[in-house]
Design a protein around this ligand. Structure first.
Ligand SMILES: *Cc1c(COP(=O)(O)O)cnc(C)c1O
Length: 409
């Protein structure tokens, strides 16, 4: 323990991203390790939202749409380099679940095949939406084992497969998928590839163009710190813009939005994947969050993320003798930015941690996730969290906490 604490001090001292912590509002007394679920609030977001509400909305009213209209495309262009995409290929719009529905449906129409392949550990909303889309095409959702690798997936992909859709970083184990190899595998089988970047955007470099990925979706309120419920994003590779169409044919996707014509005609570019009026106030959070991540640089963020998660893993390893299993891959290159521990008393341990001011989250039935956000998590915080967790597990003090999980975990 002593060793980790001393090293944390050392690492903080040499941290090139240390100054970014001051750009965020730090909730008093909270050792926050849940930035993988909801990122912290950038101070700049407070200032910019005030400005948009008090000046743009208040005084421009509907005239504001002259410059608000393309907000989602403009922020999409800023986000593109963080995920290895080109300008014009990314739009910030709707929620991740909705974007997934739109793009998965587009793939079914484009390939004319009935089935979708994902893995059993994919996020529930993804599994539910993909199952619904496949069933509507007369097919089914086929599940590879959790954290499916190329060899798990290969036997499941054939000429009935329209789409392979996976999370790049697993929300459960934090396992990082091989983007290039799996995309290639899908294409070899004549299927399209749709990545969910919810836990990757702003934490792990993604190379959508280099992988030749067809489509992607993701969240902005996690590592991009855009705020609760902030809109998600979608990516569609440029050469597919002419042919893919999506089922929610709203006016923002129309080639002549203000022509008010009788029927829907898709816009010739990424706009065809938009639906309706964007939430301009929430968009401000996305704009600021993306700008901060871009300024820090995704490679620097990744370097620190691996250091943070390595320090935590090293610190909790001795808890194995108390039944704590590290679910996340030990090899830095194979994981994202959270570390998941499994323990039979996970509900109580999570409750005890929260009562001690440490905020991880819990994923039923027995997983505790600790998220490390390189822009604001310090190495000292990692060392302190390890100390508190060790204490409450070694003493068994967590056992006095309620065994029932709350509604939000
Ligand atoms: C967080 C998360 C989502 C959330 O989707 P919403 O539509 O924003 O609620 C979807 N997929 C994955 C993989 C996630 O981790």
């Amino acid at each position: 323990m002593q060793g980790i604490s001393a090293r944390a001090t050392e690492l903080d001292r040499g941290d090139p991203l240390a100054s970014f912590r001051d750009r965020f509002t730090l909730a008093e007394g909270l050792l926050y390790l849940d930035g993988n679920s909801l990122g912290r609030l950038p101070k700049e977001t407070i200032r910019r939202i005030r400005q948009v509400v008090e000046h743009e909305w208040a005084s421009e009213l509907v005239l504001g749409w002259d410059h608000w209209l393309d907000t989602g495309l403009r922020i999409g262009d800023s986000l593109a380099p963080l995920i290895g995409a080109n300008p014009g290929e990314v739009a910030v719009c709707d929620q991740t679940s909705i974007n997934l529905y739109k793009l998965a449906s587009a793939a079914m129409d484009a390939t004319g095949r009935p089935n979708i392949v994902t893995d059993a550990g994919n996020f529930p909303s993804d599994r539910y939406v993909l199952a619904s889309v496949a069933e509507r095409s007369g097919g089914e959702l086929i599940l590879a084992p959790e954290d499916g690798t190329v060899s798990d997936l290969a036997p499941l992909i054939n000429d009935t497969t329209a789409l392979v859709s996976l999370s790049h970083v697993s929300y459960r184990s934090g396992t990082l998928a091989d983007g290039a190899a799996i995309t290639q595998l899908a294409h070899d089988g004549g299927a399209m590839m749709l990545w969910d970047l919810a836990h990757s955007a702003g934490s792990v470099p993604v190379h959508l163009s280099a992988w030749d990925a067809d489509m992607a979706v993701g969240c902005t309120y996690k590592y991009l710190n855009a705020g609760p419920g902030a809109p998600g994003f979608l990516y569609v590779r440029r050469d597919l813009h002419d042919t893919l169409t999506q089922p929610i044919t709203g006016w923002f996707g129309h080639r002549d939005q203000f022509g008010f014509t009788a029927s829907w005609q898709p816009a010739p570019d990424i706009r065809r994947f938009l639906v309706g009026t964007p939430p301009i106030v929430s968009m401000v959070g996305v704009e600021v969050g993306v700008a901060i991540s871009a300024e820090a640089g995704i490679d620097e963020i990744r370097r620190k993320s691996i250091e943070l998660t390595s320090l935590f893993i090293e610190g909790v390893a001795p808890l194995a003798e108390h039944g704590v299993e590290i679910v996340t891959p030990m090899e830095g290159a194979r994981r994202g930015s959270h570390v998941t521990l499994r323990h039979a008393d996970g509900v109580q341990i999570t409750a005890a941690l929260r009562s001690a001011g440490v905020i991880p989250d819990f994923r039923a039935p027995d997983l505790i996730r600790f998220g490390f956000a390189p822009l604001y998590t310090s190495y000292q915080e990692v060392a302190r969290a390890v100390g508190i967790l060790t204490e409450l597990i070694e003493t068994g003090s967590y056992r006095s906490f309620d065994e029932r999980r709350g509604r939000v975990t």
